[in-house]
Write a protein of this length. Sequence first.
Length: 112
Amino acid sequence: MPYIAPQDRRPLDPLIDQLAEQIVRQAKAQGYDAAFAGLLNYVCTRLALKVIKLQFGALRYWILATTTGVFKNIADEFYRRLGAPYEVKQIAKNGDVDLYAEFEQTLGRPSG
């Protein structure tokens, strides 16, 4: 989670809200639910590249590694906070894949 101070969030949040609203408008205009994914990917990619260009002017390995790490951490945190609990709920609702229990037993962990 990007734990930044509230005073650092305040100037960014209205801009993020406007951008999110524009992404949703464009996605809805495209007429299919998954349209937001390409737009969100584009926005995140271009934002990262623009920040790198303005901050550093050129690419260096450490900048690529750091930026890649930021995106990986975003994905990991997003999945941990929302994806995993969603999957637990769906397993409870629909049942698990039977072979998970078998493999989990070989690891010495209780299934589920």
